[in-house]
Design a protein around this ligand. Structure first.
Ligand SMILES: [Zn+2]
Ligand SMILES: [Zn+2]
Length: 206
């Protein structure tokens, strides 16, 4: 199988785009590959796991804690509450050989303008607890948390075409509809701005 080398396990951290901006004992926080907007962050566990649905409750508690801290930091630094999403890869489905399946959470300082339409289109299901992610263990799924902290999930089965849905949406809304492909558009200028702005803060978030 022609699986791509995991950029999170093997990425060169001396490169700007792989720079660790924040860290805890278990997670690293980096700029996004494909930094559509300044302040866009990714949370990546230090260990290789395909999706956060496979993590123990204890690890999910640590993740929750970190997400909350990052939301506050972004709000303070950029004046906008980010939305949060994950596209998780389950064990039941065919893996996506050309996709990154190292669990990662996207934290994006952007307001989805047509959220209602989007939720309807994706047929997302509201959940009350973050820890309900574990129920999706075997499936490909979306986890979406809006700026108000409301949480939704969607079982994606094998809908590979939907995986980049949120990035496509953001790209459209910021007037760069043809630039959502992170492999082709890293947006190094915005990565550089993000690293510069956030690197003066305390790196350790434990
Ligand atoms: Zn990995
Ligand atoms: Zn992703």
């Amino acid at each position: 199988m022609n699986k791509i080398k995991c950029p999170f396990c093997y990425g060169d951290e001396s490169k700007l785009e792989n720079r660790v901006i924040f860290q805890t004992k278990d997670f690293k926080v980096k700029p996004a590959l494909g930094e559509l907007v300044e302040g866009y962050l990714m949370v990546v566990p230090n260990y290789h796991v395909d999706a956060f649905s496979f993590c123990s409750k204890k690890d999910l508690e640590k993740l929750r804690n970190l997400i909350d801290k990052l939301k506050q930091i972004i709000y303070k630094e950029y004046g906008i509450m980010p939305f949060v999403y994950e596209h998780g890869t389950g064990s039941k489905s065919n893996k996506f050989p050309d996709s990154v399946t190292h669990a990662h959470i996207h934290i994006i300082p952007h307001e989805i303008k047509n959220e209602k339409e989007m939720l309807e289109y994706l047929q997302m299901e509201k959940i009350d607890s973050f820890y309900d992610i574990s129920k999706l263990k075997d499936e490909n799924y979306f986890y979406y948390e809006n700026q108000k902290g409301e949480m939704y999930v969607k079982n994606l089965y094998d809908r590979k075409d939907l995986r980049q849905y949120f990035r496509i949406q953001v790209a459209k809304e910021i007037g760069k509809p043809d630039k959502w492909q992170w492999r082709d558009y890293y947006f190094m200028d915005l990565i550089s701005k993000t690293v510069e702005k956030l690197s003066h803060l305390d790196k350790n978030l434990d």
